[in-house]
Every structure is written in C-alpha cells, then in structure tokens.
Design a binder for this molecule. Structure first.
Ligand code: DON
Length: 303
C-alpha cells in the first residue's frame, strides 16, 4: 500500500485537531502524569515495510496489550487445559470488574479482563519463579518483534503494586475458589511487571506480526491458535467497549490503559497506536478514532 505514508500523516493531523483526547489512567500514579494528547501510529505491512506518524520513538508501557502475549505463551505451556480455568465469552463489564467472579465461582469470563489475565499469568509461574516467568515473557516479545532492546519499566510496575488493591482482591477471590495455584503476591508481582513492558509503536506493531500471519516473520504460535487469539481480540479485546470497537474499526484489537492498542489486519498488516488519553471504557480515545479512520481509508475491516 504505497499510500499508507500520507494516510498515516493525515490521521496524525486529524488526531491533533480532535477537540478531546480523554484522560490518562488515574489509578496508576506513574501513568496519571503522562500528557494525554500525545499520539503515535505504526503499521507493518505484509511486504515488510514499516510506516509511521507522530511520536513513533516514544516508549509507553503496554499494560493490557501484554495479555495477548501472555495468552500465547500460556497456551504453549498448558494448551487447551487453560480453558477449564478461563472462559472465552465477552464480559460486558469493566476490565477490573469483580461482579461476575462470584456468580461464576471464580472462573473469569475471558483471558483479557484482569481476572482472566491473572489466571493466565498464574500458569506462567508453574515450575519457575517470577523472574524466570518475566524472562520468558520478555524473550517472547523480543523474538516476536526481532528486537532485543525491549525492557520493563520497574517504576510503573512498582507504582501499580502500590495502588493495586483491586487486582489483589480479584486474585485472592480466585484463590478462595482454587483457581489460583501460586501465591497472589507472586502472581501479581509478575503480572504488574508484564504490564510494565515498555515499547514504542514500531516495536509493538512488529511484536504483533505473528498474529497477522505476515510472511517471513517468526511464527511463534500455530495457525489454529492465532485464529483463536484473534477471535478473542474481536470479542473481548476492548472489554465492555468491544462491540463499539468492532462496529467502528472492524479489526481484532487489544488495548491497554497506557494508551496503546495493537490491531491486526489478518494477512495484511500489524498496527500499533498510542495516545494515553482514555475513553469511558478505559481504552485509548484517539487511538480508537485513529484506527477507525485507518480502517475506513484502507478498507481493511475484516467484516
Ligand atoms: O491491571 C491493571 O489494571 C493494568 N495493569 C492493566 C489494565 C489495562 O490495561 C486495561 N486496559 N485498558
């Protein structure tokens, strides 16, 4: 797509002119002080080209986008046994909701809400300590992106541990139902550091290539699993805003409260956007609008 450069430049210009940018995540102090107006986009296409606009060198913590990589790794470790502990249905609730956990006896609806992601991280601790599990996670994203410079921001992880009471509540509640094998402190220490993996949009778009089944990229996951992960991204990747995202953008996507979104155009491109201001669902406001524009201008919707 030779027109992608100008299309991304146009989208970045439009985002800068939007009257609203949303509010940076306020419950993690290190994120609350980040300027919500910032914007970046990167697209890696099937022919191996990378197109960018905006602050494409600026790193941000990927937060819940990490749940996609953790899921891919976990399925490699425990296979389909994971689905006995986590469901595959949209929750229709906020990402950190506790409501359904009691009704559904400690089994989270899907692997992308916080409760589900905590169970996924629990599986990554089988037979190893948190440092090793995080090492495995970093190795996975570095291999996916073919970029060894990807790191974890320890200040953001520490900041989240300090205010993570709700995630501790979710973990302890699941433990009471026998759906957490390891100690909540260990699981959450690992989970918060996984969320604090730092990337810029180019690194994130490159890390997502395996989900777009692009040619000549490290194929880290079987085609069957890639299809299932994409299906979950469509139905659950934006929490209670997943319907809105599918309606407006029409691509599998996963958001994070750091303002990043990874979107997949199967066979065509891996796309990352970043803008820290969030909408009512806790997903990037300008990032969502930018992807809506990109899908409209390229015709890449899967529907
Ligand atoms: O656990 C949390 O609350 C954060 N580390 C991640 C949540 C998140 O990114 C939700 N996505 N929009």
């Amino acid at each position: 797509m030779t027109m992608l450069g100008p299309i991304l430049a146009q989208i970045a210009e439009e985002m800068a002119a939007l009257p609203e940018s949303g509010v940076s995540a306020d419950y993690i102090l290190e994120l609350a002080r980040i300027d919500p107006d910032q914007f970046a986009i990167a697209v890696v296409t099937a022919d191996g080209q990378t197109f960018t606009a905006g602050l494409s060198d600026t790193a941000f913590t990927i937060q819940s986008v990490s749940k996609v990589f953790a899921l891919a790794l976990s399925l490699g470790h425990v296979g389909d046994a994971l689905w006995q502990r986590v469901g595959v249905e949209p929750s229709g609730q906020r990402f950190d909701s506790i409501l359904q956990l009691e009704q559904e006896r400690g089994r989270p609806r899907n692997p992308f809400i916080n409760a589900g992601a905590i169970v996924v991280t629990d599986t990554l601790l089988d037979g190893c300590v948190p440092r090793e599990a995080l090492g495995g996670m970093l190795r996975f994203v570095r291999e996916a992106a073919e970029d060894d410079s990807i790191l974890i921001d320890p200040a953001v992880a520490k900041s989240e541990i300090a205010t993570g009471a709700r995630n501790f509540a979710l973990a302890h509640y699941m433990k009471s139902h026998g759906n957490l094998v390891h100690a909540p402190e260990l699981v959450l220490g690992t989970y918060f550091h996984q969320c604090a993996i730092e990337m810029n949009v180019v690194q994130l778009a490159r890390a997502g290539r395996f989900l777009a089944s692009l040619p000549d990229v490290p194929q880290l996951v079987s085609p069957e699993r890639v299809r299932r992960i994409n299906a979950l991204m469509v139905t659950c990747g934006h929490y209670d805003g997943s319907g809105d995202f599918a309606f407006r953008v029409g691509l599998p996507g996963k958001s994070g409260v750091g303002g990043g979104i990874l979107a997949i155009a199967p066979g065509r491109a891996s796309i990352a956007v970043w803008s820290p201001g969030l909408n009512v669902y806790g997903n990037s406001l300008r990032g969502t609008v930018a992807l809506e524009r990109l899908a409209a201008l390229t015709g890449w919707s899967v529907f």
